[in-house]
Design a protein around this ligand. Structure first.
Ligand SMILES: [Zn+2]
Length: 137
């Protein structure tokens, strides 16, 4: 696996950080995500925490983007409330993001070590769901 890094989209990080600062409230909404759509626009969302498995901000942003007609995302980042900075996606989100957008870049890291990496790099020995849908052909 070669780790390929891309320029970091600081405007995207700031969009997520702004939502984290201004829209995250209490225990229900603790994370913000921002995605750069293929057409250049930025879509933002917050998580909807619930003990039954409420969606992370990355998953909400997928639906929010689709609701706005943006079905192809280029880059995503999540930022935590209370000045936690960039937070890497959880395992479930990594898999969902990979299945939806195999070429997606994810911003991870902290401070001077922020970097944008291909989502597949966050999933060593990646499970490719579409490769195992045997009845689909
Ligand atoms: Zn997640």
């Amino acid at each position: 696996m070669t780790t390929q890094t891309h320029p970091v989209d600081h405007e995207l990080i700031e969009a997520a950080a702004h939502i984290a600062r201004t829209r995250c409230r209490g225990d229900n909404h603790t994370m913000a995500a921002a995605a750069r759509a293929a057409d250049g626009r930025i879509v933002t969302a917050v998580n909807a925490y619930h003990f039954t498995g409420g969606p992370c901000a990355e998953l909400v942003v997928i639906g929010t983007a689709a609701a706005q007609g943006a079905y192809d995302l280029d880059t995503i980042v999540a930022v935590g409330d209370r000045d936690r900075g960039v937070v890497p996606p959880c395992g479930r989100c990594r898999q969902v993001l990979f299945d939806y957008f195999p070429a997606l870049k994810v911003i991870v890291g902290k401070g001077d070590h922020l970097r944008a990496v291909p989502v597949a790099d966050l999933l060593p020995e990646t499970y490719v769901w579409s490769d195992h849908q045997l009845d689909a052909e």
